[in-house]
Every structure is written in C-alpha cells, then in structure tokens.
Design a protein around this ligand. Structure first.
Ligand code: HEC
Length: 315
C-alpha cells in the first residue's frame, strides 16, 4: 500500500493549481513580451522617437531600428562559410577594426583552418611574424617582445581598458572574438518561437552589418546627440555610440574584384566575426545532419522491433 495514497486528492489538486499557475505565468510573460515588442516596432517607425531632455515621454527602447536579415552563406542546415568572404573580412578587420578592437581569443594558426579562412601555413607564419608579442620573463627576469608565431593569439591594440577608454572618448572598444554571439537585437515573442523552426542563428552578423552600415549624418528631430558620439539607430545601447563610422567606400582594396563598398565590407567583416565566434559551425552542421539521419533510421528499426516483439500478444 502506498503511503502517499491518502494524500492523492490533495496532490492532484496541487498539480492542477501548479499547472494553472504555470499557464497563467506563461501567458503573462507572452503578453509582456508582445507589449514590449509593439513598443519597439512603434519606435522603429519613428513614432516614439520624440524625446528631449525637457519632455520625457517615458522609456524608449533600443535599438531604434531592427537589423535587416541578410542572406548569409552559413545560414541553414547546410550552411557553409564562404572562404573568399572570410579572407576579405579578415582583411577588413586587420586594416580597419584592429586599430581599436582586439581579437584575443583567436590564434593565428586557426586562420589556416579548412573550414575557416583557409590561408596556407606559410601565409599564416608570415602574418604572425608581423606582430610583436610580449613574452617572458627571460633569465634576467625581464619581459621582452618577439615576433609572433602561429600558436600566438592576436595581441590587443591597447595595453588595458583604461588606455583604451582614454583613446576612445571614454568608451572601451569591446574585443571582437565573440561579438557575433554576444550581440543581437531582440526579435520579439513570435520570432523567438519561429526562429526555432527556421533555425535562424544569424542575429549576430545581421546586427554587426546593420550597425556598420546604419550611421546617419543627421539624427531625427528630437534626438540630441552629444559631441563625441555618433547617431546610429541600430545600436543596442542607445541612440548613439562612441565608435566613429569606421568604414567608407574604397578604404580596403580587394584583390578578388569584389565591390569596395561599405555594404560589402560590412558583410565580409560580419561573416569573418561569425567565424571567429563559431569556428566549428560547419562541423557542427555536418554532425547535426548525420545525427538526425541516424535517429530516423534508429527510430524506424525500433518501431519495427516493437511490432515484432508484441506481435503475439492479443490486443
Ligand atoms: C577608432 C576606433 C574604432 C574603430 C576603427 C572601430 N571601432 Fe568598433 N567600437 C569602437 C568603440 C569606442 C566602441 C564602443 C562604443 C560604445 O560602447 O559607445 C566600439 C564598438 C563596436 C561594437 C559593439 C557595439 C555594441 O553593440 O556594443 C562592434 C560590433 C564594433 N565596434 C565593430 C567594429 C568593426 C567591425 C570595426 C571595423 C570595421 C570597428 N568596430 C572599428 C571603436 C572603434
């Protein structure tokens, strides 16, 4: 006899209450998100943008505009990185972004990955040797600098955050190694569910691309942009950020004849930063596909086995 038997009606009631509570909580959460989303959309359409220091209508949600969904080669179940694009993106990082942003989790040797930019070992060694890496201490107890090796990681442009802030009007340029995974604009409750089925995982590069191409000379009426920051309606943290527009048409010369435009540079560097944040994306997608195929075959076999085992039992 179960010792819990006499409690059963109570526990069942508790279970129902709990379920009802959970349902109400979920509903409330959904509503709250939907409301927040409406506000973001209203703001995106420029309705609630009218906000001055004197006349504050309440909270404005950022970003003011949503990133456009780009057509990435690495999207979807069979997505793969475009090697040429990663190489161009790396060139943009090196020639433009690297003066302010580090890439401290990326080792030079990974630039030779077959699923990545795919540079040759010789190219990577030559590239690494162009950097000076702090090493030591030597036998005298002193730190010293030596040319980089493929096993080293990218040195950061500033010795510490304080130095970075002083050089950038008080804002620290974040390390970009993982930025494509660390940033994404909110997608709203409906998309959050749909994204699961469509396997949308490119919110990070979509955001970076939108940010780099989204600077506007003149902020809309009512938005006051202080000196030293730049209006950008795609920025997650506010109406303006401390990064001056880093790109302009023609600043990087491509060897493969791709267009030398802000839009192309932004796409390429966003793709490169997606790779730096997720270097094993292609292996993950390959394995994921094989696992699903395996599970389908396995499930079929199990079903047939079950029929065989129970065939003799009347039902
Ligand atoms: C002159 C220095 C400078 C250059 C060059 C520069 N950035 Fe920045 N970047 C900054 C600063 C400073 C911030 C921090 C802005 C803030 O928080 O207000 C920043 C922030 C960012 C952010 C984070 C935005 C967020 O949501 O927090 C990204 C992404 C970014 N930069 C990408 C790039 C890329 C890609 C390039 C090259 C095409 C680049 N930056 C070139 C200074 C720079």
């Amino acid at each position: 006899v179960s010792p819990f038997r006499k409690d059963e009606p109570l526990s069942r009631r508790m279970r129902h209450t709990l379920l009802a509570g959970l349902a109400a909580f979920g509903f409330g959460l959904g509503m709250a998100q939907a409301l927040a989303q409406d506000e973001v959309e209203a703001v995106a359409q420029g309705e609630a943008v009218e906000e001055t220091a004197a006349e504050d209508h309440g909270t404005v949600h950022y970003p003011l505009k949503k990133p456009e969904m780009m057509d990435w080669s690495f999207a979807g179940v069979f997505g793969t990185y475009d090697r040429g694009q990663l190489q161009r993106g790396f060139q943009v990082y090196r020639e433009v972004c690297a003066s302010c942003h580090g890439l401290k989790y990326v080792a030079f040797r990974t630039l030779a990955d077959a699923d990545g930019p795919g540079f040759t070992a010789a190219q990577v060694a030559a590239l690494a040797a162009e950097y000076q890496i702090a090493d030591g201490p030597n036998t005298d107890g002193d730190m010293f600098e030596r040319p980089g090796r493929p096993s080293d990681r990218f040195p950061s442009p500033f010795p510490n955050d304080q130095a970075a802030a002083v050089a950038n009007g008080g804002a620290v340029p974040p390390d970009l190694s993982l930025i494509a995974k660390a940033r994404s604009a909110p997608r709203g409750p409906l998309n959050t569910v749909l994204d699961f089925f469509t396997q949308y995982q490119e919110a990070g590069p979509d955001y970076i691309h939108a940010l780099l191409t989204g600077y506007e000379e003149e902020p809309p009426h009512g938005i006051v942009v202080p000196d030293g920051v730049y209006y950008n309606p795609y920025f997650l943290g506010g109406p303006a950020l401390a990064m001056p527009p880093p790109l302009s048409d023609g600043v990087v010369t491509y060897a493969d004849g791709s267009p030398e435009t802000i839009d192309q540079y932004s796409k390429d560097v966003s793709a490169f930063l997606m790779w730096s944040a997720e270097p094993h994306l292609m292996a993950r997608k390959r394995l994921g596909f094989s696992v699903i195929v395996f599970l389908l075959v396995f499930a079929t076999l199990m079903y047939l086995t079950k029929r065989r085992v129970w065939a003799a039992v009347a039902h």
